[in-house]
Design a binder for this molecule. Structure first.
Ligand code: SF4
Length: 196
């Protein structure tokens, strides 16, 4: 069963039971959070978690965070800031600097962000998930596998998603225009910026 089907099934089950589970949603930026928020807000009690030590520098980090807060305000949600850390990302991906985008460095980067989200969600939220599966440039199957694994490590329940399904990516572009969101032209780390 694919992630979207699993999610639809879970939503139907919760609807039938009349429950709205809590969800800690890791968000990489406002454009990628736009469609997931619109879609999930009807079925979950969402709190956003901005945890992205991969982002190039503090000014870019703050710029993306401000935009996410502005969007969250529109939907009536709260954003937890995981905090900026200058060295954590570089220490974590040491030896993988020259990897191309979508290679091994990205896997480590996904895992870093998912593990921290899982830790924060453990014992406090019914589920955790990430907006990272929205991008057509990112491997949703890999992200979901890492989500499941980090969930098992920490005792948190991972919600598998593939937000690009059901026209999610196109809808995120429409919502980005509607809310006039800053859309950066690189993924986040200095290595993804270098090629521009
Ligand atoms: S390209 Fe994106 S996903 Fe890959 S390591 Fe850089 S910030 Fe992380």
């Amino acid at each position: 069963m694919n992630a979207q089907m699993e999610l639809d099934k879970l939503i139907e089950k919760n609807k039938a039971r009349g429950i709205t589970p809590s969800l800690l949603l890791h968000a990489c930026c406002a454009p990628c959070a736009s469609y997931p928020l619109e879609y999930l807000s009807e079925h979950f009690d969402v709190t956003l978690f901005y945890y992205n030590p991969n982002i190039t520098d503090e000014s870019e980090y703050q710029k993306r965070l401000l935009e996410l807060r502005r969007l969250a305000h529109e939907f009536g949600f709260y954003v937890i800031d995981g905090g900026y850390s200058e060295n954590l990302f570089f220490d974590t991906v040491k030896g993988y600097e020259q990897e191309p985008e979508r290679g091994s460095r990205c896997k480590i980067c996904f895992e870093l962000r998912l593990r921290e989200t899982a830790k924060q969600a453990s014992g406090k939220y019914d589920y955790f998930a990430t907006t990272l599966t929205l991008s057509p440039l990112k491997n949703a199957t890999l992200i979901n596998e890492l989500g499941e694994a980090t969930g098992k490590e920490t005792g948190a329940k991972y919600l598998p998603t593939d937000f690009k399904k059901k026209g999610g990516y196109l809808r995120s572009i429409e919502l980005s225009k509607k809310y006039d969101l800053y859309r950066q032209n690189y993924c986040g780390c200095v290595f993804s910026k270098r090629k521009d």
